[in-house]
Design a protein around this ligand. Structure first.
Ligand SMILES: *Cc1c(COP(=O)(O)O)cnc(C)c1O
Length: 385
């Protein structure tokens, strides 16, 4: 017997392998590949994605919070490195210190807290010194660095300095070119300063997906790659900028995710009748409507009302009316032989047809990230070849 579910998500191991190989080719064999799995592995599910990524050869995972780090810790083999890039409470830091989970430090308070907890547990804190280079989010101001370095040197036994890092303020858009260049310059300068202090084996890292394509000079000891490993470009601009440099112009990224459900019901609607809530949709001809058991509470955004597309029997069909909380209706008037239980693809391909996440809307390039990370955690994830 299977667990009841309204929809399910397939993760393609072959696609992930191909994406990793492509990214590896770009970053080279020296640079460490840190697989960014924040946002529940961009909606792919930490529980399922992390072991899959390990099978594909990855052994370094970056998350935003300790909560996510804990999930990776539970899901991974125990041999992988886990790195927390974001904020953390004192309890979170205590957990990280006692489990050898690495984390960013970006102010004196956090550095001192780490030292105190490392002392308490007689276990060094594995830290990455985050430098503020212009994103103006988190990071030591270059002027504060001497104080931090002095503190670490005075408490050497309490720290393992694993990295120096920063994050770029929008590497996916050429509009930010000057700001990014300034960040790269500043990072180089401060990085040199920290290395001079004599800490050994520190990894410099600055790059995300967009940066490995647009700013190859940011490929250092480690790269934090999120969206591209899942088979999505950070923005259309990055995709175009890559493709136009290739003779064959073929998209090398393969989407790991396919989101599917099944037709739950069918309905004939006579011309002149309204469909769904209110009077937004009038059947102008006799119509056949398929009921899909997925709504906005399942992560199928209400913004797709009257605009989304799904695949049924190899055909692309329109969402009609509003996406409801648990149900969506699609127009199958022109699809032959549709029956209850037919496979419906919400994201991914069926036959030659394909529904991309970005086709969900022309709104913004960030939609990929948002749409994916909003996929509910309780949709079952199944690994396919
Ligand atoms: C999310 C994130 C990344 C990865 O970004 P992608 O665009 O998905 O590759 C890298 N570094 C930091 C600090 C992040 O928050």
């Amino acid at each position: 017997m299977t667990v009841p579910t309204n929809s399910y998500i397939e993760l393609s191991k072959g696609a992930l392998k191909a994406n990793i190989a492509f990214i590896r080719e770009i970053i080279g064999s020296y640079c460490k590949f840190s697989s960014v799995v924040k946002g529940n592995a961009y909606g792919h599910s930490i529980d399922v994605f992390v072991p899959l990524a390990e099978e594909c050869g990855l052994n370094h995972f970056s998350v935003y919070s300790a909560h996510e780090a804990y999930k990776v810790y539970k899901a991974c083999s125990g041999k992988s490195t886990i790195m927390i890039m974001g904020t953390a409470t004192e309890d979170d830091i205590e957990w990280a210190v006692t489990h050898n989970v690495e984390f960013f430090v970006f102010d004196m308070f956090r550095l001192k807290t780490a030292a105190r907890l490392a002392e308490k547990h007689q276990n060094p804190a594995c830290i990455h010194i985050e430098i503020e280079t212009g994103l103006n989010r988190t990071g030591f101001e270059p002027g504060q660095l001497s104080e931090a370095i002095d503190f670490i040197e005075q408490h050497k036994a309490l720290f393992r300095v694993k990295g120096i890092c920063s994050h770029l303020a929008g590497a996916e858009s050429i509009g930010n070119y000057h700001r990014i260049q300034k960040q790269i310059k500043l990072f180089r300068k401060t990085g040199k300063f920290i290395r001079k202090t004599g800490f050994k084996g520190i990894a410099g890292h600055l790059a995300c997906s967009a940066a490995i394509i647009n700013y190859p000079e940011t490929i250092l000891d480690l790269a934090r790659v999120g969206i591209m490993q899942y088979g999505f470009w950070p923005s259309r601009e990055v995709k175009v900028s890559w493709l136009t440099k290739q003779p064959e112009m073929e998209d090398p990224l393969l989407r790991v995710i396919t989101w599917k459900t099944r037709v739950a019901g069918l309905k004939e609607v006579k011309a002149g009748e309204f469909i769904g809530y209110g009077n937004a949709v009038l059947a102008e001809i006799n119509m056949k409507v398929a009921i899909i058991p997925v709504g906005y509470s399942d992560g199928y955004s209400r913004a797709l009302s009257n605009s989304g597309k799904v695949l049924i029997r190899g055909k692309r069909v329109d969402v009609i009316g509003f996406v409801n909380m648990n149900i969506t209706m699609v127009d199958v008037t022109h699809v032959d032989h549709v029956s209850v239980n037919d496979e419906v693809v919400l994201i991914g391909s069926q036959g030659d047809m394909n529904i991309t996440v970005s086709s969900f809307s022309e709104l913004s390039s960030l939609l990929n990230y948002e749409m994916l990370s909003r996929l509910p955690q309780d949709i079952p994830r199944i690994v396919t070849a």
